[in-house]
Design a protein around this ligand. Structure first.
Ligand SMILES: C[S@@+](CC[C@H](N)C(=O)[O-])C[C@H]1O[C@@H](n2cnc3c(N)ncnc32)[C@H](O)[C@@H]1O
Length: 265
């Protein structure tokens, strides 16, 4: 896993933050010039400096330079498919009870935003398997994980339809971010350990209904709950303290269910 502390190094992704709080995600490469806003900055003038340094660009613009936190990174992740927002990734990790050492299956991988959160949460000794139906998305996720997380020998990406099968037995947690998660219930039930947790993320109420109805109808699942999270940022400057004018008002709904032990056991 990439280091998240210590002096800035070649290969690090960093955010350049200008005086208007605009953010630009760039990568430090030895010997290379970085274009940022209207000017350039030499990578070498940052490599070896502390995280959180200030730098002046070729056009005298001052930037704060920071390694992005996970939440900041996700908002800037190169993507062709929608990512799970940090507020929902946080809820998935906690309500999905993703623990160090867990075996986790997710589908689909998309740009790999949630994958990075899962890999960070389970640690090196665990296993994450990502099902993805489209090759270009699995390749994009590989690039993002390699660039923003680092080597992940405990991660497998499978180009496969999660509705058809989940090949891994004894899985502790499954996270579904696919349009019809109810179609993966049979595969999930076969794969999850008793007590294991299934989390489904869907953007619309009709999908929630289909998913929850299917969970209730399936004898292998119980303890079902559905919720959403809302996050409102605040503007706090001197005597002007109020909610920000704009917010991401809707992302998706999370449904969490437990794999039950077979009847009579
Ligand atoms: C919204 S994206 C996932 C985003 C990802 N969770 C993240 O946080 O970056 C949904 C992905 O599911 C994939 N997908 C849709 N149906 C699938 C299926 N049946 N099996 C596997 N992947 C599927 C799509 O190709 C797409 O890449």
């Amino acid at each position: 896993m990439q280091r998240h502390s210590g002096p800035l190094r070649a290969g690090d992704s960093v955010l350049f933050i200008d005086r208007k709080s605009r953010r630009y995600l760039r990568t430090l490469r030895a010997g290379a010039k970085i274009s940022v806003h209207d000017g350039t900055v030499a990578s070498d003038s940052l490599i070896g400096r502390p995280d959180g340094s200030r730098i002046t660009s070729s056009v005298n613009e001052i930037f704060l330079v920071l390694r992005p936190s996970y939440a900041e990174l996700v908002l800037h992740l190169p993507r062709e498919a929608q990512v799970i927002y940090p507020k929902d990734a946080a809820a998935i990790l906690v309500w999905g009870d993703v623990f160090p050492g867990a075996t986790v299956v997710e589908a689909g991988v998309g740009p790999g935003a949630l994958t990075i959160a899962l890999l960070r949460a389970v640690g090196d000794e665990a296993r994450v398997v990502s099902y993805e139906g489209r090759e270009e998305h699995s390749e994009a996720a590989r690039r993002n994980v390699a660039r923003f997380f680092g080597e992940a020998p405990n991660w497998t990406v499978k180009l496969a339809d999660v509705y058809a099968a989940i090949d891994e037995p004894d899985v502790d947690r499954i996270v579904l971010d696919v349009p019809e998660p109810w179609r993966a219930l049979e595969a999930g039930a076969r794969s999850l350990v008793p007590g294991g947790i299934l989390v489904g993320y869907v953007p619309t109420v009709l999908q929630v209904k289909s998913f929850v109805d299917a969970l209730h109808a399936h004898p292998g699942f119980g303890a079902i709950s559905t919720f959403e999270t809302l996050q409102r940022f605040w503007y706090v400057r001197e005597m002007s303290i109020r909610p920000e004018h704009r917010m991401v008002a809707h992302t998706g709904f999370l449904t969490v269910a437990r794999r039950l032990a077979p009847a009579g056991v």
